[in-house]
Design a protein around this ligand. Structure first.
Ligand code: TYD
Length: 224
């Protein structure tokens, strides 16, 4: 049985779609399940998310950025994730602590051990039992985002406003940054193969969902 599943991957890897599909699947099987996201899973988090995604690249220092993500997580755990556990609800989370290791650690160069300690503080030691890493080449992810922006489909629905306003700060970053993030995620997956399941995000939405479903079905049958 798993109670906390996170979805990780680069920008444009399709996590959000897969979270929704898995939520629908688990609910159809009669399971209590909710989906949430970081940054932006709480009201405070939505304010932080807006600031994080819109602020100009040069206006925020790496430590300031890190603390905003950690603040978002601390509030999210207290307000959403822990209460859901108490109600025996399965939580599906679009990004969690691994994103901090990949983006702020591998991407920005902040010490990984320091980040692990800060993650523990922000998350009250909560670790996902299962993590899906949706992996695809950086260029593919970024071009998917460009297409969504062009089609006007990329909006921040849960915040009730379009906070992406075209290309946000991260999409403007150089490809090498995203490449470091991608390799970082893959390294995290190699170091924790029992928890992190790498899924090829180049496959169709249906194929990716099928793979995820199989892994989740198998895990749900395991004795707690
Ligand atoms: P979001 O729009 O949620 O991206 P996506 O839809 O691709 O998940 O934006 C979140 C951005 O925040 C994303 O580029 C990754 C970044 N991020 C961090 O840098 N550190 C973190 O700890 C988290 C949770 C996200």
């Amino acid at each position: 049985m798993v109670r906390f599943i996170s979805f990780e991957g680069g920008d444009g890897s399709g996590k959000t779609t897969q979270v929704k599909l898995l939520e629908r699947y688990l609910v159809s099987k009669g399971m209590a399940c909710c989906s949430t996201r970081e940054p932006g899973g709480t009201m405070l988090g939505r304010m932080l998310r807006k600031a994080l995604l819109e602020v100009g690249k040069k206006e925020i220092s790496s430590p300031a950025e890190l603390f905003l993500y950690l603040a978002d997580r601390a509030q999210h755990v207290q307000e959403v994730i822990s209460p859901a556990f108490q109600q025996r609800t399965i939580v599906l989370c679009d990004r969690f602590s691994d994103s901090t290791l990949a983006y702020q650690g591998f991407g920005r160069g902040i010490d990984l051990n320091l980040l692990r300690r800060l993650n523990r503080l922000a998350s009250c030691d909560i670790v996902p039992e299962l993590t899906f890493l949706l992996d695809c080449p950086v260029e593919v992810g970024l071009s998917r985002i460009r297409k969504q922006v062009a089609a006007g489909r990329l909006s921040d629905a849960s915040a009730g406003a379009n906070t992406r306003k075209g290309q946000d700060r991260f999409e403007r970053e150089e490809v090498e940054f995203h490449e470091r993030v991608r390799q970082g995620f893959l390294e995290l997956a190699r170091s924790e193969p029992d928890r992190v399941c790498v899924v090829d995000a180049l496959e169709s939405i249906g194929q990716v969902h099928e793979r995820i479903r199989k892994v989740v079905d198998a895990k749900m049958k395991e004795i707690p």
